[in-house]
Write a protein that binds this ligand. Sequence first.
Ligand code: ADP
Length: 386
Amino acid sequence: MLKEKKEFYKVCFDTMQVGILVCNEQKEIVLENNPLNSIFGYQNNELHGLSTTDILKDIALFNDFIQHPKNQKYKVPIESIGVKKNGQEIPIELTFGKLEYENQFYYKALISDISERKEKEKKITTLNNQLEEEVKNRNNELEKVVEQLKKSLNKEIELNHLKTKFIALASHEFKTPLSAILSSTELIVKYTELEKYHKRDTHVAKVKSMIHHLNGMLDDFLTLENIESGNIKPCYTPLNLNKLIKEITKFTKPSLKKGQVLIFENQIDEEIYQDPKLLKIILTNLLYNAIKYSDEESEIHVKISQNKNNIYFSVKDYGIGIPEAEQNLIFNRFFRAKNVLYYPGTGIGLNIVKGYVTSLKGTISFVSKENKGTSFKIQLPKITIQ
Ligand code: ADP
């Protein structure tokens, strides 16, 4: 009966789901079940008599348990590394226990091979890392989209702001010439007699000039649109600068105030390649400003010079100047300095000038001092056409 019971115990012992190891105080394995042998790659009973140091890599852990068997940390399963017969290391999980039999102490360990679990954990960690990476990438993409949206939104806000500004400016700037046209036409109707024809002619001329002025303003607004959409493509043709100066003078002379003189100095006799249309608009804009923002009886100097690679244009006046605190803003669209409150203007001329100069691959700069004057300088690269 006892023998039968012993065999029954052995069957139970060998069919456990975990490896069971019992060793004596010298760490010699005195009892082990079949699963323990197979976990470590031994034949049945082969582990018997070997040392626990043969199968546990971290023997310090086992030693510590022997010394402190009651330590709390040994009440829960511990992960460690086992060494198989062929030297291969495998992840294992251990629970420890101490027992006494016939006045001798023994130490037992229940050991499970957790390779599969570890492999799964590793896969999950890899997947998690991949997922995190994916989320990070998506977040980056999302941030970029948000950034772009913000930019478009800001642009939209700026555009709306500019539109409001434009409407305010246009209604103000259009009102004066329109009421001048209205009063002139009312007067023209009154001068019916032949002898008053010269008065009528004066008003017709006034109406013409006002319409010309309004047309110019509308052209400016349309130009802004082209500059904004990058539609300015320079058209380089041979150009005689003296001829250009003559045309500009003809254009601007009627705007000169009493006693104002234009002084031109051109150091370039030969023909150059440039876009005459753009250059004319650039120079007339600067010249109109010089005339507008300086007093009667003052001089305005326009100088054209060159060196090996560049052509320089400068327009200098002795007028009201630009307040230092606002100098960094004057190329902004619709910007007008505080000291020009009582001068007509829309604040788009310089913005156009800058757009044109940029499209000609040049630069524009200026020096200005309030109540002393302003000098604009434009540098354009020399164009050679093969
Ligand atoms: P505006 O129609 O107001 O003249 P611009 O774009 O031509 O517009 O110039 C922008 C602003 O720069 C002007 O309103 C003025 O404050 C300043 N400015 C430009 N040129 C001169 C100048 N020669 N002297 C003084 N201020 C100037």
